[in-house]
Design a protein around this ligand. Structure first.
Ligand SMILES: Cc1cc2nc3c(=O)[nH]c(=O)nc-3n(C[C@H](O)[C@H](O)[C@H](O)COP(=O)(O)OP(=O)(O)OC[C@H]3O[C@@H](n4cnc5c(N)ncnc54)[C@H](O)[C@@H]3O)c2cc1C
Ligand code: FES
Length: 288
């Protein structure tokens, strides 16, 4: 309940979205599993100024008359005035999102969920390990660190996709490869003419890169099978359960801990997550 300008109280409906304009659409990947990045600007000036989040959080985005779905905020919280989401075409609502044009209006609820502990990780070496559209939440952390570069140690971005055309954020990775304050390690699953980087799965590329576990935090996001092998390999490299983080993508409805759709064990992924350390996840594996 909040007090309005006339001094009376209003009950806020948690399901009522804020209106945001799609100001830019970037085609990241074409084809059946197409990915697009949407830059969204809140219509209400006060919301535009006051909306804040921390990398790791997500929003519920609706296309009116079609549906609502969950997306990690893929921009960094250091970028003010707008947020970005990257959407892989999947079912009804993501297909509707892919039909949108610049200037269209969507509904946004959030930000929801817990966060990566980007403040607590200051001074640490950061290793980001992503696959496919799983790079979306990692992009938020990556850009946050680049905008606060002197506060962190080394930064490694390990990322893979099935083919070179399936690589999300191609142009951004190309720019990152030119920098000397971030080490980019790209991979594709199968050999392709003209590809000069690693060929093989992301967990294998991780073993080639062999990051040191000393004073390090590793964050991984991607298909569940990739996450599973990445975690196994991180443990082999000497990372402890407390040094490994991931974010879960359980199906959600309310996003705010009411509907019970997203629970694992006694936790709700929408409000206790989506970010979990491997130490927490290990205890929940039987419930997933
Ligand atoms: C915390 C969180 C962050 C996410 N971040 C992103 C992101 O950054 N980019 C992105 O493209 N997607 C992301 N997703 C997944 C995204 O929410 C789903 O792809 C989307 O809701 C599908 O909606 P739809 O209407 O297109 O599909 P629907 O028509 O609702 O479903 C199509 C099919 O996909 C299945 N499905 C739908 N949602 C999920 C899910 N969450 N997990 C497993 N199966 C599912 C359905 O059961 C059905 O079989 C995220 C999910 C969560 C929970
Ligand atoms: S999505 Fe409703 S409780 Fe998590």
């Amino acid at each position: 309940m909040t007090k309005n300008s006339e001094g009376t109280f209003e009950i806020q409906n948690p399901y009522q979205p804020l209106l945001a304009k799609v100001v830019k659409i970037t085609n990241e990947v074409d084809g059946a599993r197409a990915i697009k990045t949407y830059k969204l600007v809140f219509q209400d000036e006060e919301t535009k100024i006051n909306f804040s989040f921390i990398p790791g959080q997500f929003v519920m985005v609706s296309v009116f008359g079609k549906g609502e779905s969950t997306f990690a905020i893929s921009s960094s919280s250091t970028q003010k005035d707008y947020i970005e989401i990257s959407v892989m075409k999947h079912g009804k609502n993501t297909a509707a999102l892919h039909e949108l044009e610049e200037g269209d209006i969507v509904g946004v609820r959030g930000p929801y969920g817990n966060t990566f502990d980007v403040k607590g990780w200051e001074g640490k070496n950061i290793i980001l390990i992503g696959g496919g559209i799983g790079q979306a939440p990692l992009r938020s952390v990556l850009n946050y660190i680049l905008d606060n570069r002197d506060k962190y140690g080394t930064l490694d971005a390990i990322y893979g996709a099935r083919t070179s055309s399936d690589i999300c954020y191609k142009e951004e990775f190309a720019e990152l490869e030119k920098r000397d304050d971030v080490n980019v390690h790209l991979s594709i699953d199968v050999e392709e003419e003209g590809w000069n980087n690693y060929v093989g799965f992301v967990p294998n590329n991780l073993m080639e890169v062999k990051p040191s576990s000393e004073n390090a935090i590793a964050i991984t996001c991607g298909p569940p099978i990739m996450i599973e092998y990445v975690i196994q390999n991180l443990l082999k490299l000497g990372f402890t359960e407390k040094q490994i983080y991931t974010t879960l993508e359980m199906r959600m409805k309310c996003g705010i801990g009411i509907c019970g759709r997203c629970n694992i064990g006694n936790l709700y992924v929408c409000k206790d997550g989506p970010v979990f350390s491997y130490e927490q996840l290990k205890g929940l594996q039987g419930d997933m």
